[in-house]
Design a binder for this molecule. Structure first.
Ligand code: ZN
Length: 616
């Protein structure tokens, strides 16, 4: 009953739109192989001025990334007659029309040009001739000012012949003409992408009602061959998440996994699904698998941390309202901590893999001169800019460091709670109370930073405000390594290869990381991607965009560079190409390879090992 009066209030405040009525949206994806989507909408309206908007701020992308330039072919009509439209001169995402007398709805037709860009989250490449990830926000308009929770949509879908699909939306009816999905709010629609493809597989992952499933679309049938071991680890992931949080806030959950070399590679969280995109052979190739598998537990954790519990600044009433990312060190940082922890507890990572990953992360963040000018909190506030920032000068600029530095900070918190309570309490307890709570349907429960401090204090009384703000706010010159050390380990550097660095070099990114030694990261053909201020290579004049042609008189390759770094007591002579000009730089270097690892510190209890042990 309360809901009805709320709707009435909304209708009265926005007279040209009948919110109580449902918007019909039909998406025709039959031409997605040529990157063209067609959509039609019927939007209930009453005569007079009407402004419709295209989603601009997309949840999980933490920025104004709605791909407005790829929206084309706009046509408005009412009662079969065309209606003129014009774009707002200031807000590029708003379209104004005059609904003619006698009309009770506006019909809108749009096309969407599905991008081929290699990066940019959902606005980037999302389709191949064999598969597509369909994102509803790309093909819809909704009434300006409306709250997305209160606008209802009735979606339907047409797919290429023979393609299967997966989504957390409920299918109402299937026929040769298409698929009708059950009506949902705009919030749930935008939060519920559809994965479709010719080569498709469903893998049940269990849960009390068997309601968690992995849906895979791949560019080949062969790429769908998930191993029994990986399937078992993913089933354990679901069990370990249940054990950690003690509650669920979804009715069903779909891991939507795209395997293609022709789409952008990333993960995007949703409340009841995730959109995760990996190289085609990620389930077949060990190196590719080790590099990408962390995304699945990360996105799954987001159902609790980010979707159910959300900072107030990121819980906006609709997609036009700007988001504020200041608490992304909780939203993303804690998710990075818990996702990696669940990967280890479920067997998706071995303990060694976890150690090698966190060692690399810690080494990377411990060689970040940018922290001298930019506190971590500024990487969260500026996240909407930094996701699109260049890799060049990454150590000086700093990027979205709140993910991995958040991992270190929350390990710091977890080990401190365990140490001070003699193992009686831990961040598991915080996860259960703050992120778990009571089970129920998908719903957002917002929080402020004070809520975080209070919830931590409820687990273990301590000055968490001072502890966390000291790590988030000021600029220091070192990464927060306290959690590794209290966890019973040390960050060390030696000539042994770090497994993650080796994988990164061999698995597509082809990046050789000499950041901890001479201070550069280079591509497999010698292009300098980053030069870290204060390091030997930087001091010798190297900078991003230059190319290392030869090392000690021999043509550059990652092995040639590594051999030269390992030969102690030598001078390093680099032939550098800078645009069309060549220079030779030489500097003494005898530090060795300096690849990061964790080393056990026997003087302390191995808290980190306890943290990574599966829950019963
Ligand atoms: Zn995330």
């Amino acid at each position: 009953m309360r809901r009805q009066s709320l709707l009435l209030l909304l209708v009265l405040s926005l007279p040209s739109v009948l919110h109580a009525q449902t918007i019909e949206l039909s998406l025709d994806a039959s031409e997605v192989a040529r990157k063209l989507l067609h959509a039609k909408m019927r939007i209930p309206a009453s005569p007079g001025a009407l402004t419709l908007v295209y989603p601009k701020w997309l949840p999980g992308e933490h920025g104004p990334t709605g791909p407005i330039t790829d929206l084309v072919g706009l046509q408005f009509s009412a009662g079969g007659k065309p209606v003129a439209w014009h774009r707002d001169p200031v807000d590029m995402y708003a379209f104004h029309v005059d609904v003619p007398a006698g009309a009770d709805a506006v019909e809108v037709a749009v096309d969407y040009l599905s991008s081929s860009a290699p990066s940019g989250f959902t606005s980037a490449a999302s389709a191949s001739p064999h598969l597509a990830l369909l994102t509803w926000s790309q093909v819809l308009l909704y009434p300006q000012g409306a709250r997305s929770d209160e606008v209802m949509f009735k979606p339907s879908l047409r797919l290429p012949a023979g393609w299967k699909y997966g989504t957390s939306l409920v299918t109402a009816r299937e026929s040769p003409e298409g698929i009708e999905l059950a009506p949902v709010s705009l919030t749930e629609l935008v939060d519920s992408p559809v994965l479709t493809g010719e080569h498709f597989r469903v893998v049940p992952l269990g849960g009390p009602n068997g309601d968690v499933e992995l849906h895979i679309a791949a560019d080949s049938a062969a790429a769908l061959a998930i191993s029994p071991e990986l399937t078992e680890s993913l089933r354990r992931l679901v069990q370990q998440a249940d054990a950690l949080f003690g509650a669920r806030h979804f009715e069903r959950y779909r891991f939507l996994l795209t395997l293609s070399d022709h789409v952008a590679h990333f993960g995007l969280e949703h409340h009841q699904s995730n959109d995760t995109r990996m190289p085609e052979r990620a389930l077949l190739d060990d190196t590719l698998g080790r590099l990408s598998i962390w995304i699945l537990p990360h996105e799954y954790v987001h159902s609790w941390n980010g979707k159910h519990r959300r900072p107030t600044g990121l819980a906006t009433p609709n997609y036009q309202e700007p988001m504020q990312g200041e608490l992304l060190w909780v939203y993303e940082g804690l998710t990075q901590y818990l996702g990696n922890l669940l990967a280890a507890r479920s067997g998706l990572f071995t303990t060694r893999q976890y150690h090698e990953r966190i060692a690399r992360v810690a080494a990377d963040l411990d060689h970040r001169p940018g922290r001298a000018w930019r506190p971590l909190v500024d990487t969260t506030v500026a996240a909407q800019l930094l996701y699109g920032a260049s890799d060049a000068w990454a150590s000086y600029r700093r990027g979205v460091d709140f993910y991995n530095e958040g991992w270190l900070i929350w390990l710091d918190v977890d080990t401190l709670i365990r140490q001070q309570t003699q193992g009686r309490r831990s961040l598991d307890d915080f996860s259960r109370s703050f992120l778990g709570g009571a089970s129920g349907p998908a719903a957002v429960k917002t929080y402020t930073v004070d809520d975080v401090f209070k919830a931590l204090n409820d687990i273990h009384p301590y000055d968490w405000r001072a502890f966390l703000l000291e790590r988030v706010s000021p600029s220091g010159d070192r990464a927060p390594l306290g959690g590794i050390e209290r966890g019973g380990y040390r960050l060390v550097y030696n000539d042994q290869r770090n497994q993650l660095l080796e994988d990164v070099e061999n698995g597509g990114a082809e990046l050789t990381d000499a950041g901890s030694s001479i201070g550069i990261r280079v591509s497999s053909d010698g292009e300098v991607r980053d030069a870290i201020p204060g390091t030997p290579a930087y001091t010798a004049g190297l900078a991003p965009g230059m190319k290392v042609i030869a090392v000690n008189g021999r043509r550059f390759s990652p092995d040639v560079l590594r051999d030269a770094l390992s030969s102690k007591g030598a001078t390093l002579a680099l032939l550098i190409e800078n645009q069309e000009f060549f220079t030779q730089v030489s500097f003494p270097y005898e530090g060795g390879l300096k690849e990061p690892h964790l080393e056990r510190d026997e003087s302390k209890p191995a808290l980190l090992d306890q943290i990574l042990a599966p829950l019963r």
